[in-house]
Ligand binder design. Structure first.
Ligand SMILES: [Zn+2]
Length: 101
């Protein structure tokens, strides 16, 4: 059975980008001003390590629900993914630490 079965039609504009989300199974793709990202939520029960959030430069403690994001155009390098506080990820899209317009 196909992996992309979970077609919640929440995507705005683009439908089912080829390749995105397939690699890890259940990551969703997000379009941001700085590119396309794959985002995967991490429930608190699965957060067993301390991560450093690139948004606020503070630690994400074990047991904290957060999310993992990595560039969609580098679907091969899962090692490149970064852990974010959920709020920081969303704030990032508004503020944008790197402004290249
Ligand atoms: Zn943060």
């Amino acid at each position: 059975m196909p992996r992309r079965n979970r077609s919640s039609r929440r995507s705005r504009g683009h439908s089912d980008p080829p390749g995105a989300g397939v690699v890890t199974g259940w990551a969703r793709s997000e379009s941001a001003p700085d590119g396309e990202w794959l985002v995967r939520p991490v429930p608190g029960a699965h957060a067993a390590k301390v991560y450093r959030c690139p948004g606020c430069d503070q630690e994400i403690r074990p047991g904290t629900p957060h999310l993992v994001a990595w560039p969609a155009d580098e679907t091969g390098s899962v090692a490149d993914r970064r852990h974010w506080h959920r709020a920081c990820w969303e704030a990032r899209q508004r503020r944008g630490p790197t402004r290249r317009r």
